[in-house]
Design a protein. Structure first.
Length: 454
C-alpha cells in the first residue's frame, strides 16, 4: 500500500479480509469477509466507478467539464461523485424512493444533484430511475451515462482489482465465493478470475425474493411473476443486467427481507462489523447453504458497504418494528393464513375492462382487488373507488381498469404480527398482501379478516 496517496482515488482498494465465527456458528470451514467498507466512499462501488470513468475518458465519451449521469441506489453514485470531485466533473443521479435517506444525503454532500423516482414501476416506464437517467443523458449537453448495469467496465474493475486481492489474501486457498448480486459486476468479475485459476471454486450469488435472478439461472425463463416490491437494498433486479454472467455463477440463494435485516444487525452486535444490508443477506444466505461446506473449505463473503447508510432502516428499532422484523408475541399473518381467515390473492390484468373487475368483485363478494401487468402487481381497486367512478362516468365500464386503479397494496412477510397489520389497514389502504416464501403463495388480508380475530 502507498504510504502517501496523491489523491483520495489512490486509496481505493487493498481492503482487509477478516475472519468471522460468531454469526457463522455451525458452518464448517473458514469464513472470511472482504471488508469493502474501507474504501474512501465506504463501499465496493468505488472500484468500478473509477474504472468506468477512466475507461470513458480513454474512449473520449467523457470529456473535460462534462456531466456524469447515473441511476444509482447510492453506493455507485458515491464512488462516481468522489471521482468527479477530484477530476472536475458534475454529477446528476437518479435513485428510487426505497433507498435510505442517508444514501441520498451523502450524494448531495459531494455536490451531486439527486432525483428520486418511484420504485414500483417497470424499468422501461418513463418514470423509472433507469428511464429518467437515460432521458437526462440526451437532454444535458456534454454528458455521459455510466450505466453500471450494462457497462462491462464494472466487471473488469473486479476482475483486475478485487479478485487478485482475494486470491492473494487467501494464498489461493479460497473454495467458495459468496456475494450479493445486483448489477452483477462484483460476482462476475471476481468469479471469472477465480475460476480461471481454479475451476473447482464455487461462486454462489445471493438473491432476494422479488428478484428474477434465481429462476432465470435455474430455468432460463425470465418470469415476471417473480417480480414484486422488496425492501432489501443493493441486490436483486427486475431485469437482466449485461454484467451478470450466469455462466460464472454456480447457484443463486434467495434470502427474505426479514432474515437479511435481522442478520445485518447481528453482524454489528456479534462481530463488531458495521456493515450494510447486503452483508446481512450474504451471511443469511451462507447459513442457508451451510450443509454444503466441509472443514477444509475457505469461504469468502463480500461485504459491500457501510452500516451508516442504514441507520434509519435496519439499525432503527422503530423501522424494524413497523415492518414486523422484530419478534413479537401474539397472532401473526401466518396464523390467519393457516386458519383460512384470509384467501389467496385474486387479481385482474391492467388492460382488462372495468366491467370485468366489476363482475369478478361481484361474483366473489370482493370489496377490493389487485391489478397486475404481465402478472406483476402494479395497482389495486376498491369498491368505493369503483362506485365513485361508475357514478361519475358510466361509460368507464369499457375502459381498461388501469385508468382508475389505485396504488398497489403493501407487501408484508407472513410472520408479521396481527397488531401491526391492524395499523397498516386504513380507509386509504383497505388490504395488505402477505407473502409466504416457503409455499410461494400470496394472500390478501382485509379489514374484515382482522375483525374476526379482534
Amino acid at each position: 500500500m502507498k504510504k502517501i496517496c496523491d489523491t483520495i482515488l489512490d486509496a481505493i482498494g487493498e481492503t482487509p479480509m477478516v475472519r468471522v465465527n460468531r454469526v457463522t456458528r455451525g458452518v464448517k470451514g473458514t469464513v472470511l469477509v472482504k471488508l469493502e467498507t474501507f474504501n474512501p466512499g465506504n463501499s465496493i462501488k468505488d472500484r468500478m466507478a473509477l474504472k468506468m470513468i477512466e475507461d470513458a475518458e480513454r474512449a473520449g465519451s467523457l470529456t473535460s467539464g462534462g456531466t456524469i449521469i447515473e441511476g444509482t441506489s447510492g453506493n455507485t453514485g458515491m464512488g462516481l461523485a468522489i471521482a468527479a470531485v477530484v477530476k472536475g466533473y458534475k454529477c446528476v443521479f437518479t435513485t428510487t424512493d426505497k433507498q435510505s435517506k442517508e444514501k441520498i444525503d451523502a450524494l448531495k454532500a459531494f455536490g451531486a444533484e439527486v432525483i428520486v423516482c418511484p420504485t414500483d414501476v417497470d424499468p422501461d416506464d418513463p418514470r423509472s430511475y433507469y428511464s429518467v437517467s437515460s432521458r437526462l443523458e440526451k437532454e444535458i449537453p456534454n454528458s455521459w451515462k455510466a450505466n453500471q448495469y450494462d457497462n462491462l467496465s464494472n466487471t473488469r474493475a473486479h476482475y483486475e482489482q478485487t479478485a487478485p486481492e482475494i486470491w492473494n489474501q487467501t494464498d489461493g486457498r479460497i473454495t467458495h465465493l459468496v456475494v450479493g448480486v445486483g448489477t452483477g459486476g462484483t460476482v462476475s468479475g471476481i468469479g471469472r478470475f477465480l475460476k480461471e485459476r481454479n475451476p473447482k471454486i464455487k461462486v454462489w450469488g445471493i438473491d432476494t425474493y422479488g428478484s428474477v435472478f434465481k429462476k432465470y439461472k435455474e430455468t432460463g425463463v425470465f418470469d415476471k411473476n417473480e417480480i414484486y416490491p422488496y425492501i432489501t437494498e443493493g441486490i436483486g433486479e427486475d431485469f437482466l443486467p449485461k454484467n451478470v454472467d450466469f455462466d460464472v455463477i454456480d447457484h443463486f440463494e434467495k434470502v427474505t427481507d426479514k432474515d437479511a435485516a435481522i442478520m445485518t444487525r447481528r453482524i454489528a452486535r456479534e462481530q463488531g462489523i458495521f456493515a450494510g444490508n447486503s452483508a446481512g443477506s450474504a451471511i443469511a444466505g451462507l447459513l442457508q447453504l451451510k450443509d454444503h461446506f466441509v472443514d477444509d473449505d475457505v469461504i469468502v463473503v463480500v461485504f459491500h458497504d457501510h452500516g451508516s447508510r442504514y441507520l434509519g432502516k435496519m439499525y432503527n428499532d422503530d423501522w424494524m418494528r413497523e415492518r414486523g422484523f422484530l419478534e413479537k408475541s401474539g397472532m401473526t399473518a401466518r396464523d390467519l393464513v393457516a386458519a383460512r381467515l384470509s384467501g389467496e390473492l385474486c387479481a385482474i390484468e391492467a388492460n382488462e375492462p372495468v366491467e370485468h373487475a366489476l363482475r369478478l368483485m361481484s361474483e366473489h363478494d370482493f370489496s377490493q382487488i389487485s391489478i397486475t401487468r404481465d402478472k406483476r402487481l402494479v395497482g389495486s381497486l376498491n369498491e368505493a373507488r369503483l362506485y365513485e367512478e361508475l357514478v361519475r362516468a358510466p361509460g368507464i365500464k369499457s375502459h381498461p381498469v388501469e385508468t382508475i386503479m389505485q396504488p398497489a397494496f403493501p407487501f408484508v412477510d407472513v410472520s408479521t404480527p396481527v397488531d401491526l397489520l391492524q395499523t397498516m389497514i386504513t380507509p386509504q389502504n383497505p388490504a395488505v398482501l402477505v407473502r409466504d416464501f416457503k409455499t410461494d403463495k400470496t394472500f390478501i388480508i382485509t379489514r374484515s379478516d382482522l375483525i374476526r380475530v379482534m
